[in-house]
Design a protein around this ligand. Structure first.
Ligand code: ATP
Length: 276
């Protein structure tokens, strides 16, 4: 059974359509990323799946239940890390995590959660004394302390330094290896590429492409660009066969040889541009 099944999902705010009929599924144990520009409908979609917003129409099943009707037990099986940070500023990190653990029937060990989120040194520090990135880690700790089967991460690494981002990626991989299904929204293409098994791009409330990071938008068959310079000047060649193009240059007096395969970001920007 899939962790998430969505058919024809739609959300209107008055005359404004935020989600315009989305079909998607997320398999159990999968890391699935939702990409898209500001206002595309990612948060609305995810909040409907979390049971925090009502849909206008369409069908949604999350862990076997309709998120619009599911109750407390269902909620305890889901972890959520929202964009907005927690604010229990006077409590310490350990107190906050312990407090949240109390809401769940089957919580993880508070010490383990603090450790896996890289907060051990800050366990006794008050939340208000933490940096932005450290607070974000507390948000993640609160999202996973209930030992969720399904974890929603909404732009989880915004404000992280590069090292913290890598550590967070390791944490997501650890959770995924334990069998947690993860739905990630992000604006970082490298993050989606590093973590997601599959991803979908939303623009204007619709899914405009879906695939693996390697195949999204025809990336694996897209042309490469070979550039080089010789004594007549710079050259650029778009080709399906960059190996043959480079081989043809062997033995010639050239410099600055480069082969550029489209990155996930190139493909994404093309998709978004085409949808606009
Ligand atoms: N409560 C609301 N009332 C009216 N319109 C809303 C409401 N929430 C979202 N919208 C509109 O729905 C659309 C989709 O918003 P949403 O927050 O889902 O986008 P997003 O893809 O998550 O964007 P971002 O990357 O900026 O977080 C936007 O046009 C937004 O203005």
């Amino acid at each position: 059974m899939n962790a998430i099944e969505v058919r024809g999902l739609r959300k209107d705010y008055g005359a404004n359509t935020a989600v315009a009929g989305i079909d998607l599924h997320v398999a159990q144990g999968e890391v699935f990323a939702l990409l898209g520009p500001n206002g595309a409908g990612k948060t609305t979609t995810v909040e409907i799946l979390e049971g925090h917003r009502h849909r206008t129409s369409g069908e949604a099943t999350v862990l076997g239940e309709d998120p619009g009707k599911a109750g407390r037990h269902w909620r305890s099986r889901i972890g959520i890390v929202l964009q907005t940070a927690t604010d229990s500023a006077e409590l310490t990190v350990a107190e906050t995590v312990k407090h949240y653990a109390g809401y769940y029937p089957n919580p993880r060990s508070v010490t383990d959660v603090i450790d896996v989120c890289g907060l051990t040194e800050k366990a006794g520090a008050r939340i208000r004394s933490l940096s932005g990135g450290q607070r974000r880690r507390v948000d993640v700790a609160l999202g996973i302390v209930g030992n969720p089967e399904l974890l929603f991460l909404d732009e989880p690494t915004t404000g992280f330094d590069p090292q913290a981002r890598r550590q967070f990626w390791d944490l997501v991989r650890t959770l995924a290896a334990d069998g947690t299904t993860i739905v990630l929204t992000t604006h970082y293409l490298d993050e989606a590429e590093a973590l997601a098994g599959r991803l979908a791009v939303i623009a204007d409330g619709r899914i405009v492409a879906e695939g693996t990071p390697a195949t999204l938008g025809g990336r694996e068959t897209a042309q490469a660009t070979v550039t080089w310079t010789d004594d007549t000047g710079p050259h650029e060649l778009r080709t399906d066969d960059p190996v043959a193009a480079v081989a043809a240059l062997a033995g010639q007096n050239i410099g600055g040889l480069r082969v550029h395969q489209p990155t996930l970001e190139d493909v994404y920007l093309d998709l978004i541009g085409a949808a606009a």
